[in-house]
Design a protein around this ligand. Structure first.
Ligand code: ATP
Ligand code: MG
Ligand code: MG
Length: 559
């Protein structure tokens, strides 16, 4: 077996195991804020968080970082649970940062009593102005030296419905000259009156990310707190609050004692799309797309609906790896991974997207034959299905040319082509309307050329797909193109809305699929032969079939 190369994260974990840290225990967490749907960037974090636990005999918990009720909702909680399951990962426990509100509050009170925190009644603008710059120290708040009793009293007042949002915050009294800006008296608590999706109106003062995240890791016994690079400058503060927490809890300030370790890796960014939740929210709210699960979205629910398999997403993430440098990942690589995986899974069926009638003039009227079609040449176990052949067929308009050049291996008068799983036919002509549009093509079949017969063995260059006009179903097919017109919308000066591709969705209403394809449900991977990979859409009903194009058979991105 090929030895997998370890990422720096795994090397770090292995080193800790070798050194016997935490008694050889490995515990990670995936900590989404339930303020939106998961996207493929989150999948990268999920693969690492759950992967480390799986590979080193540990556990991974899911923790909802639900400290900002104004943006959070149970709708997001439910979708996150569902998407992680779909990816194929299993959490040991589901936790919520909101479960720790009391513990965090008590710890904050202790910090106030230690003279390490104070209530600041300045506006957020004033506080920002006093922060200084990395090379210039900040200005202390005029409230910095409030007496402990007053701070305690105001902190309690902060947690009542009577205080105005923004009227005061609790700040850690750290170091206004620290070159790390996160140490310049960071905000620990702010006031929010929006009811919380779990704790309702119990709380009005809510902890900030920096005051909740590390402590939550510590409460749970997380050994490795893996996150993305933007948290590198937060790490000293993460460690500082844990130092204080250990003292507060009397659990020692010895560095050898248990403490979670933060490790950062690069974010996943994809060409021609955006990952920021704020922008994805805007696309949804402004109806630029049809919800979070729109197949053009980089969300996991969008990709699932479009027909991406979880394995293809995981394979892609493995292929790009984990580094210490942010980069832009090529969408063409993701699509290649999707193609690779679906090639192994997809059931091959016939569908005609741009139909024109083909009449086999020497085939008996009213006769039908059931042809055998292999479901998946990559996997014999997938078996076969029957496709009905008859005199009147639909084929792709692009597969016929009246005056064809020599190299045209599809249908043109006088030449032979093979109909997939059926006969060799020779085109005899076509019929046009008064505008010159082709309305029907005629051909004759060779009855001795059915697949498997002796006569089928002669060399014929082209093989075309088809469906029988009386044995197929009409379908709507949705074709997707890149969501944005520019490679890196996030780096563009223009508003991201101006960069949207107006042609990212094409709806074909007049397509035909063979009956077998019409039975297929969302979640079943299909290949429409010679066209691409497809999946029945969630909107599809037996009265109105709808399919999404997942990806074409060939790369059309890196032109
Ligand atoms: P925002 O867009 O507001 O920054 P977020 O993507 O950070 O939101 P969270 O719910 O806080 O949303 O993310 C949960 C976890 O997923 C975090 O550990 C974060 O580091 C990780 N994560 C988020 N985006 C990416 C990404 N593009 N690549 C890799 N990991 C990511
Ligand atoms: Mg976030
Ligand atoms: Mg973030």
């Amino acid at each position: 077996e090929e030895k997998k190369s370890l990422s720096f994260v795994e090397q770090f974990v292995e080193k800790d195991l070798e050194e016997g840290k935490n008694g050889g225990r490995i515990q990670t967490r995936f900590p989404p804020e339930p303020n939106g749907y998961l996207h493929i960037g989150h999948a990268k974090a999920i693969c690492m968080d759950f992967g480390v636990a799986e590979n080193y005999g540990g556990i991974c918990n899911l923790r909802f970082d639900d400290t900002n009720p104004s943006k959070e909702d149970t709708e997001y909680v439910d979708s996150i649970l569902n998407d992680i399951k779909w990816l194929g990962f299993h959490w040991a426990n589901v936790y919520y940062a909101s479960d720790y509100f009391q513990q965090l509050w008590d710890f904050a009170e202790w910090m106030i009593k230690q003279g390490m925190a104070y209530i600041d009644e300045q506006t957020s603008e004033e506080i920002a102005e006093q922060k200084g710059t990395p090379t210039q120290p900040g200005t202390p708040s005029p409230y910095r030296d409030r007496p402990v009793e007053e701070n305690l009293e105001l902190f309690h007042k902060m947690n009542t419905p009577d205080v105005e949002e923004g009227s005061m915050v609790l700040r850690a009294k750290l170091d206004m000259a620290n070159p790390n800006m996160h140490f310049r008296d960071p905000i620990m608590y702010r006031i929010i009156h929006t009811p919380h999706h779990r704790t309702g109106t119990k709380w009005h003062a809510y902890p900030m990310y920096d005051f909740a995240h590390g402590q939550s890791d510590y409460f749970e016994g997380v050994t490795h707190s893996i996150c993305t690079l933007e948290f590198v400058p937060h790490r000293p503060l993460y460690d500082k609050f844990i130092d204080e927490l250990k003292i507060y809890k009397g659990e020692g300030d010895n560095l050898n004692d248990f403490r979670p370790r933060q490790i950062e890796f690069n974010r996943l960014n994809l060409t021609y799309t955006v990952m920021s939740k704020r922008k994805l929210h805007a696309l949804v709210d402004e109806h630029q797309v049809n919800g979070w699960g729109d197949p053009r979205m980089p969300t996991l629910c969008g990709m699932r609906r479009r027909g991406y398999s979880p394995e293809s997403i995981k394979n892609f993430i493995r292929s790009i790896g984990y580094t210490k440098f942010d980069a832009l990942n090529d969408m063409a690589l993701l699509e290649a991974a999707v193609r690779d995986d679906l090639n192994k899974r997809a059931i091959r069926v016939s569908a005609v997207l741009n139909p024109v009638k083909l009449v086999i003039t020497n085939y008996p009227d009213g006769q039908t034959e059931d042809m055998e079609a292999v479901n998946n040449p990559e996997n014999e176990a997938d078996g076969t299905h029957k496709i009905t052949f008859s005199k009147n067929l639909w084929i792709e308009r692009e597969d016929f040319m009246e005056d064809a050049p020599k190299k045209f291996f599809r249908m043109t008068p006088g030449r032979e082509v093979r109909l997939k799983n059926a006969y060799i036919i020779k085109c005899t002509g076509c019929t046009k309307d008064k505008n010159g549009n082709i309305t029907e093509i005629q051909a004759e079949y060779d009855p001795m050329s059915k697949s498997g017969m002796e006569g089928a063995n002669r060399k014929v260059k082209g093989t075309l797909h088809w469906v029988s006009a009386d044995h197929c179903k009409k379908a709507e097919i949705r074709i997707y193109d890149r969501l944005f017109n520019v490679e890196n919308p996030s780096a563009d000066e223009r508003d991201f809305r101006e960069l949207l591709n107006p042609d990212s969705l094409t709806v074909l209403k007049n397509c035909y699929v063979e009956n077998y394809a019409a039975e297929k449900q969302p979640g079943e991977y299909l290949q429409f032969q010679r066209i691409g990979y497809f999946m029945a859409d969630l909107d599809s009903t037996s009265e109105h079939l709808v399919y999404n194009k997942t990806v074409g058979l060939k790369d059309t991105w890196s032109k």
